[in-house]
Design a protein around this ligand. Structure first.
Ligand SMILES: [Zn+2]
Length: 161
């Protein structure tokens, strides 16, 4: 007996088309497999959002600090702000601050120049968050120009790869 697997003709579970496969797990044709994976991913994301609602803030904060191509990097990682909080700690904060009661829970740092760490983080309502963000309007013109210049530079670099 040789080990070369023969192509078997099987019926796709989804569209019913017959297609050739070498594997034993051929249930979907390649077209349907992609769709199946996409749906599975969407479903999985939904489940994750339900089960671990703090995961989104974990990911976005981590990206702002560690990913240079992130749109907010210049305001976080670029300013030396470090991401030092774990999923487990975020979970604790989530329940401590009763973030599940908030309309749009948002992870904030109490000290704006401090790191993302347990002692410096809290969950607050997003509206309040944006109110804090509006404080930016009181910044001097030079600072604002500098920020917008950094942002432009960021986009330029993104465009040029
Ligand atoms: Zn199919």
């Amino acid at each position: 007996m040789n080990n070369v697997k023969k192509v078997r003709q099987v019926k796709c579970y989804r569209c019913g088309e017959t297609f050739g496969t070498k594997g034993n797990r051929g249930r979907f044709c390649s077209m349907c497999l992609q769709k199946h994976k996409n749906e599975y991913y969407v479903e999985w994301t939904k489940q994750r959002k339900k089960k671990y609602p703090w995961y989104a803030s974990y990911l976005s904060a981590k990206c702002r600090c560690n990913t240079k191509s992130d749109i907010g990097f210049h305001r976080y990682g670029g300013r030396g702000i470090k991401f030092l909080i774990s999923m487990e700690e975020l979970k604790t904060l989530w329940f401590r601050d009763k973030a599940y009661n908030l309309e749009k829970p948002s992870l904030e740092r109490m000290d704006n120049d401090g790191n993302y760490e347990f002692s410096n983080c809290e969950y607050i309502e997003n509206r309040e968050n944006s109110r804090r963000g509006n404080l930016g309007k009181s910044l001097s013109k030079e600072t604002r120009d500098k920020i917008s210049e950094t942002r432009k530079e960021h986009y330029r670099r993104l465009r040029n790869g």
